[in-house]
Write a protein that binds this ligand. Sequence first.
Ligand SMILES: Cc1cc2nc3c(=O)[nH]c(=O)nc-3n(C[C@H](O)[C@H](O)[C@H](O)COP(=O)(O)OP(=O)(O)OC[C@H]3O[C@@H](n4cnc5c(N)ncnc54)[C@H](O)[C@@H]3O)c2cc1C
Length: 362
Amino acid sequence: MGKTAGIVGAGVMGRLLALELNEHGWDVTIFDRNGVEGRDSCSWTGAGMIAPYCELEAAERVITQLGVQSASRWPAIIKRLPTPVYYHSRGSLVVAHPRDRNELERLRRRVNENAPRPDIMSEINGKELGELEPDLSGRFLTGLYFPFEQHMDNRGLLHSMAEGLNQRGVSLVTEYSAETIAPNRIGRGSSDQSFDWVIDCRGMGAKHDMAELRGVRGELIYLHAPEVNLSRPVRLMHPRYSIYIVPRPDDIYVVGATAIESDDESGTIAVRSALELLSAAYTVHTGFAEGRMLEASVACRPAFPDNHPRIHTEDGLIRINGLYRHGFLISPALTDFVIGYMENGEIKKEAEKLFRHQTAVN
Ligand SMILES: Cc1cc2nc3c(=O)[nH]c(=O)nc-3n(C[C@H](O)[C@H](O)[C@H](O)COP(=O)(O)OP(=O)(O)OC[C@H]3O[C@@H](n4cnc5c(N)ncnc54)[C@H](O)[C@@H]3O)c2cc1C
């Protein structure tokens, strides 16, 4: 009989793990309390940037390393999916207004210290910026260009992953709120199902089972802005609120994101947040003023105190969590580590600090 895996949580982590385990010959069932689109997951809100170097703005070297490893895996993962996903490898741009140039310099230093490869970042002047993004011509004097970074439509990815699971015969059980997530067992009410391995990918849903897991509220806005023409993510550095603008097809842009220490996912975007995000976007491109607000999306990023992911293990149960603001950036690397562990008990050297034995919370 084949090896069986039951996954709880069909965000980006759970879906990717299900697909890859299936690829490795496992018999997989994945459960989620959401519908198939995953609208209540953090992954539905995420902006879909694969930006291992830009993230050094706030993250540590370990995230960059996981991100670089994952970035090389995404093209093949996406190619195997049954429906096309908006995904581009056009790099990212980082800009700052003249008074905030120290912020640009701070990022430049952090990248040089933590990822010392000369080809991953170039300092560009206003003219070069305009050649990359004609709409930014004359708007900024300098910028940083990260040619290897990627971006994708996170929602399109979730959709295509669900189709891929379906096509491969992996059962995605939706509207299923798991109550028992235990070694070798997933259950609801009085009915349990048994698996060789249970993998908990519940994000914030695992809060009561994982010590120290906290939420960091993120808010972003979808805009339809036909007067803006940007082809790659643009980050605006600012001492208090840095923003990013990430293109989607059909003149749609995602403007994000706040980072508020809070587990509160309720309600829509706060007025203060909307004012900050929209004003900053307007200073990047005045064409946003003529745009239409389509949606404000809110979710809590699951995070541990060091903002690094963790893989908790005990016999028959693995919990993967704390992907914080990097779920799309790092999930391929985490998937590889977890499958290596499930198949032969191997923990790769570079993953040693992420693995730990589960300590139950009372
Ligand atoms: C504003 C914002 C912008 C972001 N931008 C980026 C970005 O550009 N790049 C990037 O890499 N990351 C980004 N992130 C972070 C990324 O979205 C998260 O790290 C990632 O989505 C976490 O994925 P996950 O699968 O662990 O959790 P989730 O996506 O939250 O999935 C967990 C799933 O578990 C299900 N679940 C919970 N409890 C149960 C239960 N009892 N039974 C059944 N199902 C259950 C939930 O319904 C949910 O579908 C962003 C996040 C936010 C909020």
